[in-house]
Ligand binder design. Structure first.
Ligand code: PSV
Ligand code: MN
Length: 427
């Protein structure tokens, strides 16, 4: 299913007047504060967040699944779904593939479709956390950390095969997340498991083309409950530092223990030129994979504040990093959930752009935490939704993406086309 610009423009018409009045009020308010409104609009318009190919169907927990129907049955249908999102919000113009959940069998055809839908390929993700039917050795006791060299070699070869798909699709980022670890104390030698992981990653790094980056993701627990081999940013940082310049850390917001100061991690990694990318989601307890911004929007804003300030200090554009969503949609329509996530991310980004950095620096120099808080919260509490809508409008997207999605009965149409019992590969 595809949405045309005309369909969207027609539905925008009805909301144009009320949008204009809200936007004019905000614009005046921002201009009064000497905010570079056009500069902000330009940045928000350009910002793109990759959609993971593994999160377009209804997810579930180990207790059950409640699919909503109309889930994409193959990579092409997944791309059409991302095309729908991008047509609505103009900010989902990239797709991140998880291999072997989504193997681009015919790269030429897939690239043509991507072009037609206005999409590009973001990081390719390897998967050595599950066994595949045709695989020789099992990953039951780990992959890159395994005691048996043959298993490690198989996992290394898989990662290099993923890189090859990436090359064919025109991306240059490999993202690695390992579930390797011990579920019970004593199960493995912690020091040796880390060393073997390091050696295996080195093999992969050496095998990548010179322009390829490797992102190493960390996660404190699950499925390895006792000692995950790469449990935290410190371990990832240690590994990527040893690997080389093109290896960096990937921060998944859900991969922290409660109350971890993620913005501080982001700032430190960025300062060391070792922050490579993001997996956005939100959580209350651990890796809940909830809609971004649904639980802790202030934290998201504080993270973006560090990103905006840090990248600016290094003269890097926002697209210097890989931005991706990594979520599971248990009870919401996955496409609506993704629209909400992208909106929350753009809002946090725009709020961060609004922070008066010079004034904040003055407060910091004068050791004035009261005024620092006022400055940050003034930006956070400014309702920038009309600016995000205006940016979308200028890009040819929908003023109200979820409204248009519902008015056009997109889910109903997808169910009609694909059936109500379809299952998508992925989470
Ligand atoms: C693991 O929890 C993770 O965050 C990794 O990024 C995986 O690639 C993804 O979720 C899908 O399982
Ligand atoms: Mn992730």
């Amino acid at each position: 299913m595809k949405l045309s610009k005309q369909q969207i423009a027609y539905l925008n018409e009805k909301q144009l007047k009320s949008h204009q009045s809200r936007w004019n009020i905000l614009k005046d308010q921002l201009e009064e504060k000497d905010v570079d409104v056009n500069g902000m609009l330009k940045q928000v318009r350009a910002f793109q967040i990759a959609i993971p190919s593994w999160a377009l169907g209804t997810g579930g927990t180990r207790f059950g699944r409640f699919p909503a129907g109309g889930a994409p049955r193959d990579l092409e249908e997944k791309m059409y779904d991302i095309g729908l999102l991008h047509a609505l919000n103009r900010s989902s113009g990239a797709i991140s593939l998880h291999i072997p959940w989504d193997i681009p069998e015919n790269a030429g055809h897939i690239k043509t479709l991507a072009k037609e839908l206005g999409l590009r390929f973001d990081a390719v993700n390897s998967n050595t956390f599950q066994d595949q039917p045709d695989q020789k050795y099992s990953y039951r006791y780990g992959s890159l950390c395994h005691t048996n060299k043959a298993v490690r070699d198989q996992a290394i070869a898989h990662n290099l095969a993923v890189v090859k798909y990436g090359v064919e699709l025109g991306t240059n980022v490999l993202s690695v997340w390992l579930s390797d670890g011990a579920i019970f104390p004593g199960q493995h030698n912690i020091r040796k498991a880390l060393q073997r992981t390091m050696d295996s990653l080195q093999e992969i790094y050496k095998g990548m083309p010179d322009n390829f980056e490797m992102l190493v993701e960390y996660k404190p627990f699950e499925p390895a409950f006792y000692a995950t081999v790469i449990p935290d940013w410190g371990t990832s940082f240690l590994l990527v530092n040893k690997l080389g310049e093109r290896a960096k850390t990937l921060v998944d917001l859900g991969h922290h223990l409660p109350n971890t100061n993620i913005e501080q991690i982001v700032s430190t990694l960025l300062a060391e030129r070792k922050l490579g990318g993001f997996h956005f989601n939100d959580s209350k307890y651990a890796d809940d994979d909830l809609t971004t911004g649904s639980i802790k929007p202030y934290q998201l804003f504080l993270i973006f504040h560090e990103l905006v300030e840090g990248l600016k200090s290094q003269n890097h554009p926002m697209q210097y990093l890989s931005w991706m969503i990594d979520a599971s949609h248990n009870i919401k329509d996955p496409l609506e959930d993704l629209l909400q996530s992208v909106e929350a991310i753009k809002l946090a980004f725009a709020q961060a752009l609004l922070v008066d950095e010079n004034k904040l620096m003055e407060s910091q120099e004068q050791n004035d935490p009261v005024s620092a808080q006022e400055i940050l919260q003034d930006a956070f509490r400014t309702d920038l939704r009309p600016l995000i809508a205006e940016a979308r409008l200028q890009e040819g997207g929908a003023l109200d993406p979820i409204g248009v999605y519902r008015t056009l009965n997109v889910r109903k149409e997808l169910i009609r086309q694909r059936g109500d019992k379809t299952v998508a590969t992925g989470l």
